[in-house]
Design a protein around this ligand. Structure first.
Ligand code: BES
Ligand code: ZN
Length: 481
């Protein structure tokens, strides 16, 4: 281990409580990008992050991203971009890191055991709170890395560029164009040598991983409307065509209970499994019990780990998310909703083309709705779309990260892909023309997006060491592509 790293690691341990306090302050800001009325909190969170970086002497900017498409009264939260050290050192590599400061919605009544926007640490060091693992812990990880370098008086190994956004959980609206523009010669991200994103999770709870693939996500809504207002089912049931009945039938035609997508043609462009790919799954540290633990049940589709991992990483999936306008409160209400909007998304994989997926979805939904011969009106539209991404894990960006993992966790990382999506990953790769690495901090049991989201204290503190060690190794790694 490099001597510098020893004193950095020591400093991270010495400042663990300060770093947990920083996470506590961040979790307390309910920066929910999907809820319009929380937009001010999202902005407040962005400014908190900027303030923390400013105090450490980074050069930062809050860049406006314009209005939210489709909601012209709403300003998008700014991209917080920064550079550390403030002045570029041309003798050092430039590493761009990305993360998001927005979070998923959360209400105590969803089933949280603690207040979602109050960091609650239990006696096992589990730190509960919305955004703890996704993605405030990792984003603050970079801030903490800077602070520990300063306090330990260690030379910062790279030119660090930062890009933190506040709309990731809503499809990263506005960010693609911003990144593309800022990667042009002379602009903010012009000289990037490699990118690192910490916004995913280990496959289990023991073994760290480096991630080289993500699925894409195309998110749709189907609106069915008819009556002018909600109706009494005793008066109008049996005499009016009901939007909810049509919608449920259309949604039921999309996917079956074993996860098979029923839209004709959707599997046509899915890359075939090669024997080489097939052989890689068996060595991955993942068991069906890991799956059951994260699921909180034994309701998996496949009995074996290989097919389960393929189902998560390399096959598309279609999930039904909810119905806006439907009666969903506890108890019984005899209402016929007049307008309902069903939401579903498709996780896409190589070599599916998002535009073709849209066409297949529209054609199928139209056909099924027509077959119902309903007098109601149906409209299907794409809410947002993010592309899948697969990189080369042989790149020096990955070999540097593997060394950092071995230093911190004393084990060689698994190389994994992921089922989730980070829409701008491919954008960074294409716009910088350089490799992108995903370097997760949290574990499979962190319950991102779910109730009782948490980050283990150990993953946070060792994760800060990991991000810092990565910067040291990536600064020195021989540049073989
Ligand atoms: N941190 C996740 C991405 C992720 C999830 C990576 C699971 C690996 C495994 C991110 O915050 C996220 O949830 N992204 C959204 C993007 C979508 C709105 C396009 C997602 O995947 O649902
Ligand atoms: Zn995330």
């Amino acid at each position: 281990m490099a001597p510098n790293l020893k004193s950095f690691f020591q400093n991270v341990d010495d400042n663990a409580e300060t770093f947990i306090e920083r996470l506590r302050k961040a979790v307390a800001i309910p920066s929910i990008s999907a809820e319009d009325e929380r937009r001010a909190d999202v902005v407040r969170m962005g400014m908190f992050l900027k303030g923390e970086l400013d105090r450490l002497g980074a050069s930062t900017e809050a860049r406006p991203l314009g209005k939210q498409p489709g909601k012209e009264h709403l300003e998008l939260p700014p991209a917080i971009i920064g550079r550390y050290p403030a002045k570029k050192d041309d003798s050092k590599r430039t590493i761009l890191v990305y993360g998001h400061y927005d979070v998923q919605p959360a209400n105590k009544s969803d089933g949280w055991e603690t207040e979602p926007f109050k960091l609650s640490v239990d006696d096992k060091g589990r730190m509960y709170g919305r955004g703890s693992t996704d993605d405030k812990g990792p984003v603050l990880g970079w801030v903490n890395v800077i602070e520990s370098h300063q306090k330990a008086e260690i030379d910062f190994p790279v030119n660090l560029l930062m890009c933190f956004e506040g709309m990731e959980e809503y499809g990263s609206e506005g960010l693609d164009d911003f990144i593309i523009a800022e990667c042009k010669p002379g602009k903010y991200f012009a000289d990037v040598d490699a990118t690192c994103i910490s916004d995913n999770y280990w496959l289990g709870t023991e073994k760290p991983c480096l991630t080289y693939g993500l699925r894409g996500c195309s998110y749709y809504s189907i609106q069915v409307s008819g009556p002018g207002q909600d109706l009494h089912s005793g008066v109008f049931g049996g005499t009016a065509q009901e939007p909810m009945t049509d919608l449920v039938r259309v949604m039921a035609s999309l996917v079956d209970g074993d996860g098979n997508i029923l839209i004709p043609g959707i599997m046509d462009d899915v890359a075939k499994v090669t024997p080489d790919e097939e052989s890689r799954y068996k060595d991955i540290a993942f068991t069906m019990d890991n799956l059951y633990e994260s699921l909180g049940s034994k309701t998996g589709i496949f009995p074996d780990k290989e097919r389960t991992l393929m189902g998560r990483w390399r096959y598309p999936s279609l999930s039904l998310h909810g119905v806006e306008g439907a009666f969903s409160a506890p108890g019984a209400k005899t209402v016929i909703p007049a307008k309902v909007i069903g939401k579903f998304s498709i996780r896409t994989v190589p070599d599916m083309k998002p535009e073709k997926v849209d066409e297949l979805v529209y054609a199928h939904v139209d056909k099924v709705f027509e077959s119902l011969k309903s007098k109601n009106t149906m409209k299907c539209h794409l809410q947002h779309s993010g592309k899948w991404w697969v990189a080369s894990p042989d790149h020096w960006n990955f070999t540097a990260a593997a060394k950092a993992v071995e230093d911190v966790w004393k084990v060689k990382p698994d190389l994994t892909r992921e089922g989730g999506s980070i829409p701008v990953t491919l954008t960074f790769e294409q716009a910088t023309g350089k490799n992108v690495l995903l370097l997760p901090m949290g574990s499979s049991t962190d319950a991102a997006h779910s109730v009782n989201e948490k980050l283990d204290r150990k993953n946070y503190i060792e994760g800060i060491k990991l991000l810092g060690a990565y910067l040291h190794y990536v600064a020195e790694e021989p540049m073989k592509e």
